[in-house]
Design a protein around this ligand. Structure first.
Ligand SMILES: *[C@@H]1O[C@H](CO)[C@@H](O)[C@H](O)[C@H]1NC(C)=O
Ligand SMILES: *[C@@H]1O[C@H](CO)[C@@H](O)[C@H](O)[C@H]1NC(C)=O
Ligand SMILES: *[C@@H]1O[C@H](CO)[C@@H](O)[C@H](O)[C@H]1NC(C)=O
Length: 249
């Protein structure tokens, strides 16, 4: 998003003035002002179903990314450097795999996540290096421990359908905040939506859990702002949900 370049000069000048006014509080945030972070986890079996191009997806929820809720590519000159996360590679491969591309070089996914989202998250002291961004994301993933939370709640992949509220209510209860749950819509009328992604939101100030909804806002019923970015996934509709078991092999 590059609104400043696209705007007429007058509006640009107005924005600049507002920026200068706001400047004392928020220097250098500019077009990329964001309010919360989203730890995005996806269900590899669904991701694979969508792409039809991966073998043996992991049978646990994995990291898609840690995203500020707004903006992207905040610093194009801050290139991804695998060397900075050498000590994390074991965990990266395990918990943050590129489930779509079966090519041996799985680092492209991390490069994409860093360049698109990490460079924006890096506004925070706690995330202002690649080591901190990926390390903190892994730490949050382990701390929130979605996989064992779901198992403890009795929610396992099954050929029997769940109801969206099973996920929504259970997650809201266990984390104490409202998540965002995304599904692959049914391909045909007689099919049901497939759960694909769970987003948990964190405060910008101290990376504590918070609602994914804004205060006063009802839980989203339809497509959210990230739907288009997430390869066909959109906010689940209420009703039955398929949580697909991994293929047998
Ligand atoms: C962008 O990243 C480069 C490389 O890390 C850094 O030197 C520069 O200060 C950054 N620019 C901004 C505006 O943060
Ligand atoms: C994988 O991709 C990264 C980033 O583009 C590159 O630096 C690295 O050399 C590649 N590794 C292999 C084994 O191809
Ligand atoms: C989070 O959402 C729940 C349910 O909508 C609401 O009761 C609660 O007040 C919200 N918390 C905050 C801090 O907005």
């Amino acid at each position: 998003m590059e609104p400043r370049a696209a705007r007429p000069a007058l509006l640009g000048g107005l924005c600049l003035a507002l920026l200068l006014l706001a400047g004392a509080r928020e220097p250098a945030s500019g077009d990329h002002e964001w309010k919360k972070l989203i730890l995005v986890q996806h269900w590899p079996v669904t991701v694979c179903e969508e792409v039809n191009d991966c073998r043996e997806p992991p049978d646990y929820w994995t990291i898609h990314g840690l995203w500020p809720d707004k903006g992207g590519e905040c610093n194009r000159s801050w290139h991804f450097n695998l060397d900075e996360i050498k000590d994390l590679l074991g965990e990266m491969k395990m918990y943050w795999p590129d489930v779509i591309h079966s090519s041996p070089n799985r680092t492209q996914f991390w490069k994409h996540e860093w360049e698109k989202h990490g460079t924006c998250a890096a506004q925070l002291e706690a995330l202002n290096s690649q080591r901190k961004y990926f390390g903190t994301s892994l730490a949050l993933y382990k701390q929130l421990d979605l996989n064992s939370k779901l198992l403890k709640l009795g929610i396992k992949p099954s050929i029997n359908y769940y109801h969206l509220s099973d996920f929504h209510d259970a997650l809201t209860r266990v984390y104490g905040v409202v998540p965002k749950i995304q599904c692959l819509p049914p391909e045909q009328d007689e099919q049901v939506q497939t759960i694909g992604q769970i987003e948990l939101c964190l405060t910008k100030e101290d990376l504590h859990l918070r609602n994914c909804t804004e205060p006063g806002e009802p839980p989203p019923a339809k497509r959210g702002p990230w739907a288009a970015a997430a390869r066909g996934l959109s906010v689940c509709e209420s009703g039955p949900v398929f949580y697909p078991p991994p293929p047998k092999h």
